[in-house]
Write a protein that binds this ligand. Sequence first.
Ligand code: HEM
Length: 398
Amino acid sequence: VAAVVGGGAAGALAGYAGRGVLDDDKTVDWKTVADSRVVGSATEPFHGDRQSGVTTAPQSHAAFVAFDIVPGATRTEVQGVLRAWSQDAARLTQGHGGLADLEPELAEDPARLTVTIGLGPGFFDAVGMPDRKPDWLEQLPAFPQIDQLEDRWSEGDLLLQICADDPLIVSHAARILASGVRGVAQQKWSQRGFRKAVGTDPSGRTQRNLFGQIDGTVNPTEDEVDFDQILYSDGADQRWMRGGSALVLRRIRMTMDTWEEIDRTSRELSVGRTLDTGAPLTGTAEHDPADFEAVDEVGLPVIPPESHIARARQRDRGEAMLRRPYNYDDPPEAGEISNTGLLFTAYMADPVRTYIPVQQRLAEQDALNTWTIPIGSAVFAIPPGAPEGGYVGQQLFE
Ligand code: HEM
């Protein structure tokens, strides 16, 4: 089966339409996708009006690495971090070693590497520019009904989101970028996640999380007229943020043992979708629209009002967000057999308008809460992209 690149092969590889470039020719034979050179040589741009890694078709592997700015660091030094990251990211994403790279061979075959830089709420005080902080850039309010947040997974002044279709590329990029900034930015936490390996499911179906659910179905798409408006700032709040976005990252533990104690029907009712196709309980195919008004023969709603999708679905377009989740499966604590969950990531122009009301509803009532526990939380501004020769965040300092 041959697929055409450009809304075709690269998108199908990763789950939805993307702009990845596979080799020079315009088609790829699925039988050869397992060939690491085909996947490895694909690149995503670093420079541009917008940063890559937001609407980029999700790569298979991700690292989210947060840093705090060391007390006493100067604005010039912090600008130096953003400049160094941008210079190295521009090279690494195109398959070249970083500027001070002792293992440049590890940068070959970048496998659609993207490096996305974020600024946390504390960044602006640290550089003495509190007036330039977007109004919405604050940590989320506490959700005491559900939160069991741990400092080791939360907050941060700076973020690197590093994604690629190859875990070796992610590790190398994370090492290169993190090691060059010691003394100015100190690493606070690092979280790794994964989705289905590239090429394993060329059907275009959405990936699954570790509960077995198809996760990521209802998402804005690039062909919708308000796609840009949902994701990107128009600069009205902060002019320098025009073309920038926001990331909410929640680390959510999924308690597999208790999830597996309930029967399949109950598991499907908790989300409002079937486990096999991911269709809403009122439909047959994954992308069928959910009918929240439908009732069964005894008059009960087919999709329970306390199900995850009934609670999470947008009440108006201002609540639309782009979810780009990664699974995690880390070494278990002593006596446990698993330590799994979701690195829930969502992008939007304004999290106060978009994210908080949805999260509030879910905190108040969501059948999934029985098996999910938020243990980490962070919010970052994702500045606009860097022009050729420039660096991410430079508009802030102009
Ligand atoms: C939908 C799982 C956390 C927002 C879904 C779906 C699944 C799912 C299986 C249905 C398929 C889809 O449209 O993707 C989970 C799991 C979570 C989690 C396992 C935690 C471990 C969250 C959080 C939010 C959220 C924290 C936001 C505050 C949404 C939204 C939808 C959705 C907006 C689409 C609803 C619709 O319009 O149908 N989630 N989710 N989810 N989820 Fe979650």
